[in-house]
Every structure is written in C-alpha cells, then in structure tokens.
Write a protein that binds this ligand. Structure first.
Ligand SMILES: [Zn+2]
Length: 274
C-alpha cells in the first residue's frame, strides 16, 4: 500500500478537517501534540459526548423504520443495479479498511431500497442505505455512484452525527444531564438550536465530500467522473433552500471538490481500477 494512500484520513485530520471551528470539538490527533507529531489512523476521536456505541444504538431505529416501510410497499432490495452496487460498495469497503482502520470495525452493510422518498444515507454504525430510484434519477455513472456511497461512508468514518450531537449538547444548559435521545427531542422542537448547528452540519458535508472523493479515487474511480452527480444536480439549479440549511450550496460543494481534484487524480493514478 502506497504511503500517500494510507494517509488520506490522516491528511484530512492533520489539516484540521475534523476540527469544527464553531464548536471547538476536536480530535486528539489535532489537539494532542504527541499524536500530532505521530498521527495514527486508528486513533479514535476524543472530546466528544457519549460513546460511539450510544450514538449507534440511538440511531438504529432509523434504518428499521425505513426498511420496514419499504418492505410493506414491496420496495426492498435491488433489481436493476445489483451487480454494480455490490462491486462499488465492496471496493470502497476494501479502501476503508486500508485508509481508516478505526472504522473497519463498524458494522458496514449496504441496504438497497426502491423508494422515491429515500436518496442515500449512512447511519453512524456503518449501515448505508441507497435507493435505486435515486440512482436511476440522479446518478449518471459508476464513478458518480462511488462518490455518493463514499460520501455517506465518510459521515460514519468521521463520526459526524456524534460531532453534531456533541455540539448541540454544548449549546444547551450544561447543568442538566442529557441522553442522546434527549438531544434528538431538543433538535426536533428547537428551531433555534438547529439553526445554530448549520455551520457544523455544513462543515460535515464538506468533509464527507472531500473524504468521499479521495476514498473513491483511491478505490479506482475517476475523480472528474465522480463529480457528475453534483454537476447534474447543479445544472438543474439550486434546490429551494429550507429553513435550516444542512448543506452548502451545490456551487460551493463543486468548487470545494474541484480544488481537491489534483490530489484525487494522484490517488487515482496510483490505484487504478481493476
Ligand atoms: Zn452528506
């Protein structure tokens, strides 16, 4: 394994990608001088509230609800892109084991639905859910699919849900002990809290875009073609902005990713597709 390929996640961490400047929530790899001098990919983040297992436990029902609903509607399982989905996910999984060994122990699995109400998502425990309907409608090629899946996997690798929940916890009165479920109730009923979380959520999307692009490139997917998903979406115009803006604009995301194409190209050239 080439040294540069081994250090994608480490590179993002060292440059501060995981440090949420608005939240002051950082990893040991950034804040601990010893680990900064000798960064290790397997170092778990510290300074976050709750355990990764608590976050996983609190979010598992999300997948259960979606899958049960799809089963009732006869929309569970792939029909048209099974081979491509398995090939891309397996290739990304191999890359995750090499690039982010701390995430290799997650319960990685891919569930395919055929629902118009689901696009793509990943749960903190490593469960990736994607809709074939979404692939048909919005994902023009295999490299773009790799970017979509790798973006979602990056959210799990970088523990974005835990980071966002920790930030929310910091915005609330600290005298009151709160479980993960308590924070979700707060988020559901407190628009001001959600608005205050926008910068953290948008930073998480940038990081997932970046790590997703690099992971998929190292896994053999051509970087420029990966962008086809976002380019197609941007060509249709920015979606109507909601009350809470969880994502940067498509133009911003594409600009951010294009700046990272040279590195992604180097990764891709060193690790060509089979
Ligand atoms: Zn995302």
């Amino acid at each position: 394994m080439a040294a540069w390929a081994r250090t994608i996640v480490d590179w993002i961490r060292r440059r501060g990608g995981l440090c949420l400047s608005t939240a002051a929530v950082c990893c040991a790899a950034i804040t601990d001088p010893a680990s900064a001098a000798q960064p290790r990919l397997a170092d778990p983040p510290v300074g976050l509230a709750w355990s990764a297992e608590e976050i996983d436990h609190a979010t598992r029902d999300t997948a259960t609800v979606l899958i049960d609903d799809a089963r009732r509607r006869d929309q569970l399982g792939c029909q048209r892109h099974c081979e491509m989905l398995t090939r891309v996910f397996d290739r990304l999984m191999t890359q995750v084991r090499e690039e982010a060994p701390q995430a290799a122990g997650l319960n990685w699995q891919l569930t395919v639905l055929r629902s118009a109400s689901v696009e793509a998502m990943a749960l903190p425990g490593g469960h990736v859910i994607v809709s074939e309907h979404f692939i048909d409608e919005a994902v023009p090629n295999e490299d773009a699919l790799a970017f979509v899946l790798a973006h979602e996997m990056a959210h799990s690798i970088l523990e974005h849900e835990r980071q966002a929940l920790t930030f929310a916890r910091m915005l609330l009165p600290r005298q009151v002990p709160r479980t993960v479920a308590d924070i979700y109730v707060e988020i559901d009923h407190n628009l001001g809290l959600l608005k205050a979380m926008e910068p953290v959520m948008q930073q998480g999307e940038r990081e997932a875009d970046e790590l997703g692009l690099l992971l998929a490139a190292a896994a053999g997917h051509e970087p420029q073609r990966q962008l086809a998903f976002l380019e197609r979406a941007a060509a249709q115009g920015e979606p109507r902005r909601g009350l809470v803006q969880t994502h940067p604009t498509l133009v911003d995301r594409l600009g951010w990713l294009r700046e990272r194409l040279p590195l992604a190209q180097r990764l891709h050239q060193g690790r060509p597709a089979d």
